[in-house]
Design a protein around this ligand. Sequence first.
Ligand code: ATP
Length: 657
Amino acid sequence: MAKDNKKPKDKKPKFSPYWVYGALIALFLGFQLFSGDSYEGGNTITPQDFFNYLKEGDVARVNIVKNTRVAKVYLTPEAQTKEIHKGSKPQSIIPSATELPNYKFEFGDLQNFENEVNLIIKDLPSKPKPKVTFDTETNELGNLLMGILPFILLIGVWIFIMRRMSGGAGGGAGGQIFNIGKSKAKLFDEKTEVKTTFKDVAGLEGAKEEVQEIVDFLKFPEKYTTLGGKIPKGALLVGPPGTGKTLLAKAVAGEAKVPFFSLSGSDFVEMFVGVGASRVRDLFKQAKEKSPSIIFIDEIDAIGRARGKNAMSGSNDERENTLNQLLTEMDGFGTNTNVIVIAATNRADILDKALMRAGRFDRQIFVDLPDVREREEIFEVHLRPLKKAENLDLDFLSKQTPGFSGADIANVCNEAALIAARNNKKAVDKQDFLDAVDRIIGGLEKKNKIITPSEKKAVAYHEAGHATVSWMLEHAAPLVKVTIVPRGRSLGAAWYLPEERLIVRPEQMLDEMCAALGGRAAEKVIFNKISTGALSDLEKVTKQARAMVTIYGLSDQIGNLTYYDSGQSDHGFTKPYSEETAVLIDKEISKIIEEQYQRAIKLLEENKDKLTELAEVLLEKEVIFKDNLEKIFGKRAFLKEEAITSKSAINNTEEEA
Ligand code: ATP
């Protein structure tokens, strides 16, 4: 039965929007055909011709149409045979019910025309005399069409809008009003080719292994389930921006050979209430239908933020609903096992605890900034498509890019290629890479920045001050290079290679603060004047001193106390200490900073000649490296610390313009 019912339905031609256009065009043509006088027949003649024919007795009837001022002339049957009237016989492709005129013309003023016609007819000898009839013409079909045309147009527009809103012929989800609750996930399956594989992801050994295992879970579940193990429900990729989380997920899509749904956390968000939750439901429904499958949610913090923090605002209800739905789908009643959720975020600290618990995201995979060796591998991946110079030293490049993420390295490679192209080179060489690194860290070189010689000198001594102090202190980060080329917002910079420390001792913090104050101290020692150039140094130092006192309990006066509350991410309006303590804290902070400043001044005064020598070299060369410092100061005494530096982050001390 069902089949029979279906058949006629299937045969029915589908409605197409072109029908509406077709109907409109047909109506328009019809209107053109039936309105006006194109098929009324009749050659056009002049009034004088007509009077001549009338006098000749050729006219049987003249029909005067008053409203259009047209006279239609019908000849007698005898006249129609005359040579002069040959061809005046009206021919029409459409059979007409009424007789068609032989001629027609515009007569001008009705009264005059009528009088003249009557005069001629009166004088005519022949009988029967021509008849004069009067008429008014209305184009009924045309009028009708003109009446209904606006309605047809309105209906056409309405149908068009409704079809667009309900998904249209294309049927694409999202954006359309009736599909708003549908998931916006992009599906990659065996039909869509994803070219990214694990080979394109350099470094990240641990993370790669973990996600590879997830792919294995889906491909060969028996291997794990026979021993009683359960397939994990989700994995959360956590790490700083640009470290390759999305890339890793793309590689999973390329390798897994199971349906892979990819979307971003913000795809759940819409201005309508309830849409987010509905999209989550729809996403999991689709994924379950195609299971085993993988769902990848990028930037999950858009929906996964901890609930109930801002109870006052009431604006995050929708987000909470979305999150609740996600929690239920991942581990609620009747969850399906063969769907694995991979999510990525760089803000795991703000995610809801319920989302992070085992059973939902069983695994947290940390994707960290790459170390020297990993950076070399990433360089290898991104250098593949470049035409590079033969002797390019990858080891050198990876050492010059401490703290760079994978995305930064990709950017360096691209910038280097662009710089080489700008200089019309045949291959990208080492200098192009160094320029690209400088450009990415410091911003665009400002060659035409107007800077007076005295300002330049101040900048050189400031940077030399940083370099000298940091060289002299045991715990200060080792220097990479010093430059006084203005870039971006800075006039000069000293770059360090800080160690990655798991715990930091007070003396290390103090040494770093002292080095940061070395710039201002050098200005004081050499010129006995200070300037605004030390703004960012002061900011950094003040923050560090405040942290020592109020967070890490490193001040004797305050003692082993912390005013830091890990559970409260937002700043409260009330301070957790009394006014007296506030005064004490301020005193302690300024004492710490002042001590370090005096220490820097003392160090520089003792090494004034070396500081001057360094500043002069800097003024001459504009960029100096560790080797130049070694020439002036001799080998640094604290090399042991440097050797263990593996993971590092670049830190540039900027001079505010
Ligand atoms: P975000 O958290 O900001 O979204 P992400 O960690 O998802 O960042 P990706 O989008 O994966 O970062 O990385 C950006 C680009 O950086 C990649 O397209 C790739 O070119 C490059 N990249 C990052 N890490 C690596 C890596 N390990 N190997 C090769 N390329 C990498």
